[in-house]
Design a protein around this ligand. Sequence first.
Ligand code: AMP
Length: 608
Amino acid sequence: MSTFLELGLKEPINKALTDLGYEKPTVIQEKAIPQIISSIDDLKAFAQTGTGKTAAFSLPILQMADEASKNTQAIILSPTRELAVQIGNNIKEFSKYMPNIKVVTVYGGANIEEQIRGLKKGAQIVVGTPGRTVDLINRRALKLGNIEWLVLDEADEMLNMGFKDELDKVLEATPETKQTLLFSATFPREVEAIAKNYMTKPVEITSGQKNTGSDNVSHEYYLVSERTRYQALKRITDLNPDIYAIIFCRTRRETQEVADNLIKDGYNADALHGELSQAQRDSVMGKFRKKTVQILVATDVAARGLDVNSLTHVINHKLPDQIENYTHRSGRTGRAGKTGISIALVSNKEKGRIGAIERIIKKKFVHSKVPSGKEICQNQLMHLIDKVNSIEVKQSEIENFLPSIYEKLEGLTREELIQKFVSLEFNSFLSYYENARDLNDLSSRDTGRNGRGSNENMTRFFINIGRKDSLNPAKLIGLINDQKITNNIEIGAIDILDTFSFFEIDKKFEEQTLSAFADNQPEFSGRGVNIEITKKERGGGGRGKKSFGKKDGGFGRRRNSEKSSGGRRSEGSNRSRSSSRAGGDRPDRNSGSDRRPSGFGRKRRERR
Ligand code: AMP
């Protein structure tokens, strides 16, 4: 292993790196730095985030830049503002003992006049996002005629984001004599096309094996259904009290939904995606970096700008559309010598993609079971006990209070004290998971043991409101919760039809459910609500004959109109189905009482 000086870098750079705590070059730095310094050949580098690639391309540029000239000599393109700013800041740190080096970062969404003023003063190195760079070229504020180095960082992501035209324009505005350095974690066809069209016989280097995952990351997958995906996510989070994770989603909407649900459920989470304003994104990223936010739900692109080295987990809420992006995601954990876990939540349909990913990362996934409520409670309890063991007692600060506390607790034995203290912390948590179902039993959850979405532990109810009353699964769950049948009642399959619906309730609470609705006489969209137990042998879709004529306003008529579209239709048709735990695994929870117990997110928030 060489030193930075041995790679050919001068003392001012070496000194700055020492200040930053960079003791020795990373693999990509060891390969790229001497190559770029010693040769004018173009370079194609396979490098994932976290490998030290920013220094790999910027240190040789700093080494060779002409400090006496104010001309722009290097242009570095990066997909997002955050990443551009990060690169610009890194280069400023690397060049802190090179006073004549000026770096300007240009990006959209910020005052262009200010950026133009910065460029006019002269900057040897410009870092930019593709759109704003082209804008500045068009305004003749950015002159690329003297460019010696063009860096395309995260080239795959720039193309993913639709910057092909902008890249073409920048490439055309630069002289042929320049050295092009292309860094990408994946090399899909479009990136290869850029390399082919704009680079001359590039030298290829890699920061390890192409696309392979880091050795520090272990990979796990959990089998879920669409209905258990979010519940499984929460259980995995609950199993890991000190989790510090990014949950990756494919779309902005999915990202916002997952984050909103987690926040509602009392988790210390936030969303990061392109629909947020720049100020919002900066704020979220700042909080996540400081760990005041523990779980970041993000799109691939938005998360690129985040330089965080200590993630414990990366969770793929859904696998990325482009399987190669899995390496990008999982590479966010297991950095800087730490170990990390990359988790994929996959449905039976998506399971086949795990094999494809294994071939790319050259590692095997472990199939993990969604933890049971009991396992979670046990883990949390042990975690608490470990914390008790390791907590520092600030004697001087508490000693004044101790005598009266001892007095109050005088009558309790050691065992009783421990039991009370554990119960205080865990009663709410234990009851939260008390009726928790096995989420691994997908067959019974998805199709039901009788093939109609119900099982023998559940009772199926008819309810006289439906889609035409603006009912949806979340509202129905809310309505059931409002009846306060019991704490944490388990709600099974839900079928929303046009004018009536069905839901399942834990059989044990059959009677309480009937009487709660009868006593409360709830209304929904101006209609009186009533429920009845259905007879399962009817296939789960219809009510028992006995109650047929009793519904308000001629249920029979409506039922007839549903006949072809509802009652006889198979599961998985256009019925809106959902399955949830009231107060526990509900997808749409608003009431404070549904939040998870305070031993978790809330306390962590206070601590940090
Ligand atoms: P990058 O891949 O450029 O985003 O770098 C990932 C992280 O590694 C950043 O936090 C860098 O500051 C850090 N880093 C890069 N090179 C080194 C090095 N040689 N030694 C220690 N840390 C480094």
